[in-house]
Design a protein around this ligand. Sequence first.
Ligand code: UDP
Length: 310
Amino acid sequence: MRILITGGAGFLGSHLCDRFLAEGHQVIAMDNLITGSTRNIEHLAGRDDFLFIKHDVTNYIYVEGLLDAILHFASPASPIDYLELPIQTLKVGALGTHKALGLAMAKKARFLLASTSEVYGDPLQHPQQEDYWGNVNPIGPRGVYDEAKRFAEALAMAYHRAHGVETRIARIFNTYGPRMRLDDGRVVPNFVSQALWGKPLTVYGDGSQTRSFCYVSDLIEGIYRLLLSDEVEPVNLGNPAEMTILDFARMVNRLTGNKAGIVYEDFRIPNDPQVRQPDISKARRVLKWEPRVDLEEGLQRTIEWFRERV
Ligand code: UDP
């Protein structure tokens, strides 16, 4: 296959480039580099099965030749990033998805949308199943991401129904691993870099809010299977092993040997979801997929990667 990956220089996008190239496909990575980095793909430079195009996908996308699939992964994805880039976040989810779907239609390519557990907002159903419609504050600071992704899902379904585009929707839950930006503000890079600097970990609120963390290689496997599957409606991809942020902080301190402890700080951003855990029965059933890397093992690998960079 010849595949376009928008956001191809980002955390997930660059891992997808690696995976599709390893399976023998040709990959075009597109990125405007506002949150992505060419460092994530520099090891691919010079390959004749790989091409990088610096481009903002909210503008018209031109790609020469055939395309078999488009994976739309361009978007700021950290709450701190989308707070700083609210209009770009809305534009890439709305206009960028529109351009990418238009291209998919023109090329008769399969289209996969990187959606998010944020479509469930601060959920009133727990764990979250795909048929839950969510609890999102449209005008809160997270609304720029949540609503853009909700619009993107609606647009993908519309292109499927109106134009027969083969669309796939992955609802991605918290994913971590090598190539996350040290300063992206999310909890894994924050805690791991703080711990490696010997500083106390900054827990927002009382740390009783929960998250469920998925290691990047597991997530990439899920995306790969979803693209090749026949499932048009959204599929949750994440690791159901849920824990409180406070327990997560303790775990990071234990694994790094950090003695500086924990400090409690006010939430930086309102409407922080109190709980989050994917129900992955559908992915198990339809994709025969489930995560394999447990949190301790994944964190060890992530800590090693960060250790060389902090
Ligand atoms: N968080 C924290 N300390 C930090 C960064 C994040 O306590 O230094 C908390 C944050 O309030 C949230 C959770 O960790 O409850 C996960 O935050 P993240 O930014 O990784 O992504 P989210 O899951 O909220 O999209």
